[in-house]
Design a protein around this ligand. Structure first.
Ligand SMILES: [Zn+2]
Length: 537
């Protein structure tokens, strides 16, 4: 009898702990996603409030400051806005100028470096991809020097893994290849069949969303060495109508290209008729922001100089176009939820008195929504020695919208971290699964990608689901109706106990990785292994 009472008492305690942990987790979101925080846009006073809050939490928990000055790693940005009346696009054919209408035909992005005017010939390069291991090279034999490369912004029907596809299709990787081939700019044609909810966190701002709104500034890292698009004079996003105009006279049509894409066939490559005349005037402004970093010191004399990173982005998209009278994009799930988890996991670690061998570096980074820029800055200019960063565990809207049975892990089959998360989840009776929607490119769509590209094994997560289950519907509906909208706020239904359970799984994962004498390594079969320095792995 006594034992039974004891068991009941213990069970009750565990449940209670989970409920109170969930409430504490939610309390951080209540602060960070309140209307007063105005959607935490980079450079806003509200973002600074959020940074001060996280700093205060890290301090209270007793994390050691891990920034450059205290908990902060300052990051400088440049915001660029095109002056519309001094910026224009036109086709130049047989000496005749045919203007392209802004938004209806094409959007010129302030991401390009051009401040003045340029005239350049254009070449259609299909999907614009070069993947040597797949023997796929759409740039072979093409002379792109001084030209604008035009490609369809979708993934190619190449027989490589989805992660590889995601990687080579990112704007930065595509540009690296095109730049090497001599291109001075890019113009993209729209993906004829965009998957739902793919308005990527990392996509350029020139998506044309927002109707008659003034153009959103493009934000880039001030440090030119770290600018992905360096050397890109011109960056243009054509609409379908604009694509038709660019293709006119080339012997090819947008219908034909869309048919080929639909049939998963290669695309032809050909020069476009005439030249593109671009005039751009850019207004630039300096922005100061920061990553907030706290360290839970490791216990092993050697291993404590190594760091397992737990990251989550603090910024969201700020104030924008009103939907149902609400213009504050609170970003409760994206990603106040991840920051709240990082804080709570640090607190649980401290309260448990755990002594992990390696140190754990907690970071609330800036400017994810501007293209993973805060994490890019950290991985390029880390506040601890770069070769001591052993892993990144990134939390970005893991979506605790229903009870936790299975965690979807991005990067599950890429590195030894896969085994670690499997074991940590199993301890709490939770399953893991790979990404059920690989076409969403999630492995490269949040800050873990900044780590991956520098060779550091990484993971990211979502609450998983069984195909055809009510959970699947909840998640799909969320992506369609709430993602990057003002109603990602405090009024949505969230399962806070499930979030607390998730936090416990991640806590277990961090401890496993921190305690394992071997540092995490990429699987031999992983495409991403190539980014690792050979002497580290
Ligand atoms: Zn996010």
């Amino acid at each position: 009898m006594k034992l039974r009472y004891l068991l009941i008492a213990v069970a009750a305690l565990v449940l209670q702990a989970s409920a109170s942990e969930g409430k504490r987790w939610w309390s951080h979101i209540e602060f960070l996603a309140d209307d007063a925080l105005e959607g935490r846009n980079v450079g806003s006073a509200a973002f600074e409030k959020a940074a001060t809050y996280v700093e205060g939490q890290f301090k209270e928990i007793g994390l050691r400051p891990g920034g450059v000055s205290g908990y902060r790693q300052p990051v400088k940005f440049e915001s660029r806005v095109l002056v519309p009346e001094q910026s224009k696009l036109a086709l130049l054919r047989s000496g005749v100028e045919e203007p392209l209408t802004p938004r209806e035909d094409a959007v010129l992005s302030a991401r390009g470096e051009l401040d003045g005017s340029v005239e350049a010939p254009m070449v259609f390069v299909g999907y614009g991809l070069s993947i040597p291991e797949a023997k796929w090279d759409e740039l072979a034999g093409l002379d792109l020097h001084g030209k604008i490369a035009v490609y369809v912004n979708t993934t190619a029907p190449v027989d490589v893994s989805d992660n590889v596809k995601s990687h080579v299709s990112s704007a930065g990787e595509r540009w690296a290849v095109l730049k090497k081939a001599g291109a001075i700019g890019v113009a993209t044609f729209p993906n004829p069949r965009p998957p739902v909810g793919t308005t990527s966190d990392a996509a350029p701002a020139a998506s044309g969303r927002g109707g008659a709104q003034p153009p959103q500034p493009t934000v880039v890292l001030a440090d030119r060495e770290l600018q992905e698009q360096s050397g890109q004079a011109v960056s243009i996003t054509a609409t379908r109508r604009g694509a038709e105009k660019l293709l006119a006279g080339s012997g090819h049509t947008i219908d034909e290209l869309e048919q080929l894409i639909g049939d998963k066939k290669p695309l032809p490559r050909f020069p476009l008729v005439g030249a593109l005349r671009v005039q751009a005037a850019v207004r630039r402004q300096a922005i100061d922001s920061e990553n907030v970093i706290g360290i839970y010191e490791g216990s092993d004399p050697q291993l404590k100089t190594e760091y397992v990173v737990m990251s989550a982005h603090l910024d969201h998209v700020g104030i924008g176009r009103a939907v149902d009278g609400d213009s504050i994009y609170n970003g409760a799930m994206d990603d106040a939820s991840g920051v709240a988890s990082a804080i709570e996991i640090a607190r649980l670690l401290k309260e448990s008195g755990a002594k992990p061998k390696r140190s754990i570096l907690f970071m609330a980074q800036t400017a994810e929504e501007k293209g993973l820029l805060g994490s890019k800055y950290f991985t390029s200019r880390p506040t601890v020695p770069f070769d001591k960063l052993v892993a990144d565990i990134n939390l970005d809207m893991f979506l605790p919208l229903y009870p936790l049975k299975v965690i979807e892990v991005q990067g599950l089959t890429e590195s030894s971290l896969g085994e670690s998360v499997r074991a940590a989840a199993k301890e709490l009776g939770v399953d893991v699964q790979t990404d059920r929607e690989p076409e969403q490119n999630r492995f490269i769509r949040s800050d873990q990608y900044s780590f991956i590209r520098r060779g550091i094994p990484s993971l990211a997560f979502k609450f998983g689901y069984e195909v055809g289950s009510p959970e699947e519907k909840i998640r799909r509906d969320w992506v369609r109706d709430v993602y990057h909208k003002p109603n990602d706020d405090l009024k949505q239904p969230v399962d806070i106990e499930a979030a607390a359970k998730f936090n416990r799984v991640i806590l277990g994962l961090l401890q496993r990785v921190a305690n394992d004498t071997a540092r995490p390594r990429w699987d031999d079969t992983s495409f991403f292994k190539r980014f690792a320095k050979p002497d580290l792995h």
